[in-house]
Design a protein around this ligand. Sequence first.
Ligand code: SAH
Length: 227
Amino acid sequence: MSEILYGPGNYMTDTFEAKGKRKKLVAELRQKGISDEDVLKAIDTVPRHLFMDPAFLTHAYVDKAFPITSGQTISQPYTVAVQTSLLKVKRRDKILEIGTGSGYQAAVLAEMGAKVYTIERFRELFLKARKILTSLGYSADFFYGDGYEGKPQYGPFDGIIITAAAPEVPEALLNQLKTGGRLVVPVGNSSLQVMTVVERTGLESYERSEHGKFVFVPMLKGIENGK
Ligand code: SAH
């Protein structure tokens, strides 16, 4: 990854300090049970501080979610690690993400060699995330729209990751999975969700498994302000 200079104070630059903090974060994630080496390597590489609101810059490598614009959040690194591990990403896999947000999760997937398609319902976030990933040299396809519809014209996908809380598994997305493909989605009410994996095992068959409790911002229908 190249160094980029952006705006006053050059806060878009990766630094030795940030690299050191990422190593500590990776060690913390290992302690918390993350064992997928490809995921840990990507988290070690992607400069999370560049995806943060400047007000929270010094907390970039604290294992917590933080506010970004439009009342949304950048997911906790542990959550990113769990969801990415559950996706079982291989290089060149086609992955659809719903809920681009800051773009950090998309960058982690791109760093792992996935071909990333990502959808966001807030225009401001869509524009900002696209700009950051492009300046970091990651290629991903960004869409402004309602993720509930998926992107059938780009599918079928090896994996679909939803980074917002869905009241139930969005059925329309299941047939955008390849056979053997996995949908990773937090399912539940607004205060608590269960991380759910639905694997497509055949043309009409799916297997569902559950992987612990998490809290996400809600997956909402339509684009911002109900347009
Ligand atoms: N993956 C993000 C997490 C962002 S939080 C990151 O790494 O930072 C979840 C995001 O999902 C929010 O930005 C929210 O606006 C978006 N979202 C919620 N419902 C959506 C929908 N139906 N379609 C697309 N994006 C949605």
